[in-house]
Design a protein around this ligand. Structure first.
Ligand SMILES: [Zn+2]
Ligand SMILES: [Zn+2]
Length: 137
């Protein structure tokens, strides 16, 4: 069922909306996500770029990801909240950090990815599909 997905940063400078369902939702346990989020993993909801609207301008920090392609993370330049995730290999989608959603309870992970670098203090839900490296695309 389609519901309006919306969210934003902690200070309110940036807000986003999407009126179509998520393409996929995944917990990424790669070291890049751990570093960027300062947490055990990044909970990422991938939304179709065409249906994504944003008010305010995130700052982007780009790195070359495990795929060898550019990965960019958007954060609020004022409060530092991690908001968006763009990957060159997934040009049609934009990821949002599940914790930034106005209602984070709508997040339901389809899979855990890069579990090879998951931390021993991070208990993963055994009922969620596991991939030792990237998502199967
Ligand atoms: Zn902010
Ligand atoms: Zn990751």
């Amino acid at each position: 069922m389609t519901q309006k997905i919306s969210g934003g940063c902690a200070c309110g400078a940036i807000h986003y909306e999407c009126n179509v369902d998520a393409v996929v939702m995944m917990n990424c346990h790669c070291r890049d996500c751990q570093k960027a989020n300062g947490a055990a993993y990044a909970a990422i909801m991938a939304l179709p770029k065409a249906a994504f609207q944003i008010r305010g301008t995130p700052s982007y920090h780009g790195i070359v990801g495990a795929s060898g392609k550019l990965v960019e993370r958007g954060f609020c330049p004022s409060c530092g909240s991690q908001l968006t995730f763009k990957a060159e290999v997934l040009a049609d989608v934009i990821g949002v950090q599940a914790g930034s959603l106005d209602d984070p309870s709508i997040y339901r992970p389809d899979m855990d990815v890069f579990t090879s670098s998951a931390q021993p203090w991070d208990h993963m839900d055994p009922s969620v599909q596991k991939h030792s490296h990237g998502p199967p695309l």
